[in-house]
Structures are given as structure tokens and as C-alpha cells.
Design a protein around this ligand. Structure first.
Ligand code: AMP
Length: 282
């Protein structure tokens, strides 16, 4: 049976025992409403670690005041069943008051790569992410932690943070899992109407156009970005938040594609904001 742990003390005791037994510990942080993307991270963790802990915590500090914290889908019972099915050993499921008790005052800020893309359109988001991930790392003390390329900037922020703060944790980035039509799996897809799901396919289509253009020799960043923007704007239900291309992995601005670049986009369909990305490579 999968173990469900709600307090930091019990989590620490569980990890202490696993460490004493010489087990290699893997952590998969999530906000729940699990789908095949999350399960792929968990399978990957199980393949290389002895004990896999998945956290399910809708972290209030990474949501802005007008964002969907209250509405975010919560499906805990089903999540436990799915996680058990892929071999997760323990679920860490704290209440917000366990993670942020009265008087809580400490936050982690990663500068530079957080001043663009989602860092720009969601002020405070990456401070919330870096803070909660630091806390999860301190509580679970994993050898390896698994993150999805779906949130590529988040993954880069965590890699920067672990390097800068000398956290002895290996960060693994797992490729984005998509449905048969190319739509990246996301817990937020549950907000979409059938018409919006259909419209959202334009995201994967636009990124495919960019990928083909690069394979055909296009190196002009502005030209690739305009091609992607135009394709997305051809879908009446799509409202662009950002479509940007930065050098990968340092996210520096560039005019000409050399080596690798991250094509990242955030687009609204009705009330739902979706993000997606691909790594373009020469
Ligand atoms: P979330 O619950 O949305 O915070 O996601 C938890 C982790 O799962 C993050 O590392 C995400 O990048 C990853 N993830 C979410 N969706 C996908 C997907 N479609 N493919 C791969 N990883 C994903």
C-alpha cells in the first residue's frame, strides 16, 4: 500500500529510515490532479531510485491574487490510486498551514532567468516555486528530483537554484507528454471546453511549424517567432500572453539561432492560460 504522509515530522522519520537502509530517494513534486505527464515522471523516478516520494501540494505562494488557486482541480483519492499504480512509495500531502505556519517569513529568489516568460507574466510565481521546492528538498532530502520539460523555465530555475545554493540533488528534466493530437497534458486542460481543446491544438501545430522551419535552415529568431505568432493568431479563440524564443539553457536574448533555443509560449483560451514549449536545435 502507498503511504500517505501529511506532516513534516512523519515525512522526516520515513526518510530517515529509508536513508539508514541505504536507499536512493527520488522526489516528484506535483500539485496533483495527476495525468500521464506526472505518471511518466514517477515511472522515471522509480526506474532509478529505490524509494519514490511524490508530493501533492497546491502551493498557495506560487499563485497570484487573481489566479486559479481556489479553483485548481483537487482529486486526492484518485491521485493516490494512480501514484500507487506506477510504484510510488509515499505521497507527501501537507496542508498549507503545515508548510506555511503563522509567522512564516522566508522566501527564495532566483534572479536573472526569472525576469522573462512566466516570471514576467506571473510576478512572484517563481519565488513561490523556488521556496516550496527548497522546503520539499529539505524535508524529503532526495538524491534526485524529477521535473517536466512542460515547465522548462521552472526546471531551469530549479537547476540554477540547486547549483547556486550547493544543494546536493540531481535534477532530471523529463520530456513533455502529449496527447495523440499534440496537446501537452496539463491539469488545467480540465478547464477547457471541447471547442477550446480543439482550438488549443494550434499550439503544438505552431511549434511544429517552427521546428520544420529550423530543420529547413531558418536561423532568424524574429522570423521564427512571427511565424509562430501568426499561426496562433489564426485561431480566433487564442489570445497570446507571450511567444518568445531565447537561447537554451541560459535564456539569453539572441537574434540568430545557434545551437539550441527555447521556443516558449503562453496563450489563453477563454479563462484558461496554457503554456507549452519546444527546444529548437540546429
Ligand atoms: P504540476 O502538478 O502541474 O505542478 O506539475 C508537476 C510536475 O509535472 C512538473 O515538474 C511539471 O513540469 C510536470 N508535468 C506537468 N505536465 C507534464 C507533461 N505533460 N509532461 C511532462 N511533465 C509534466
Amino acid at each position: 500500500m502507498i503511504k500517505v504522509i501529511e506532516t513534516i515530522d512523519v515525512m522526516r522519520a520515513y526518510i530517515k529510515e529509508a536513508r539508514f537502509a541505504g536507499k536512493k530517494i527520488g522526489l516528484v513534486p506535483t500539485m496533483g490532479a495527476l495525468h500521464e505527464g506526472h505518471l511518466t515522471l514517477m515511472r522515471e523516478a522509480k526506474a532509478v531510485c529505490d524509494v519514490v516520494v511524490a508530493s501533492i501540494f497546491v502551493n498557495p505562494t506560487q499563485f497570484g491574487p487573481n489566479e486559479d488557486f481556489a479553483a485548481y482541480p483537487r482529486k486526492f483519492e484518485n491521485d493516490c490510486r494512480l501514484a500507487q499504480g506506477v510504484g510510488v512509495d509515499a505521497i507527501f500531502h501537507p496542508q498549507p498551514s503545515e508548510m506555511y505556519p503563522p509567522g512564516y517569513s522566508t522566501y527564495v529568489n532566483v534572479s536573472g532567468i526569472t525576469d522573462k516568460l512566466c516570471g514576467q507574466s506571473r510576478p512572484g510565481h517563481f519565488q513561490g516555486v523556488a521556496t516550496v521546492v527548497t522546503k520539499l528538498f529539505n524535508i524529503v532530502q532526495p538524491d534526485t528530483a524529477f521535473f517536466g520539460q512542460k515547465d522548462a523555465q521552472q526546471c531551469l530555475v530549479i537547476q540554477r537554484m540547486t547549483a547556486d545554493l550547493n544543494m546536493d540533488i540531481q535534477i532530471v528534466m523529463v520530456p513533455t507528454v502529449r496527447d495523440a493530437n499534440g496537446l501537452a497534458l496539463s491539469s488545467r486542460n480540465a478547464y477547457l471546453s471541447p471547442e477550446e481543446i480543439q482550438a488549443a491544438l494550434v499550439l503544438a501545430q505552431s511549434m511544429r511549424l517552427a521546428d520544420h522551419a529550423v530543420k529547413a535552415g531558418e536561423r532568424n529568431i524574429a522570423a521564427i517567432r512571427d511565424m509562430v505568432r501568426n499561426k496562433i493568431q489564426s485561431e480566433p479563440k487564442a489570445e497570446i500572453d507571450y511567444v518568445e524564443i531565447y537561447q537554451y539553457p541560459d535564456l539569453q536574448a539572441t537574434d540568430v539561432l545557434a545551437n539550441k533555443a527555447l521556443l516558449a509560449l503562453a496563450v489563453r483560451f477563454g479563462k484558461t492560460r496554457l503554456i507549452d514549449n519546444i527546444i529548437l536545435s540546429v
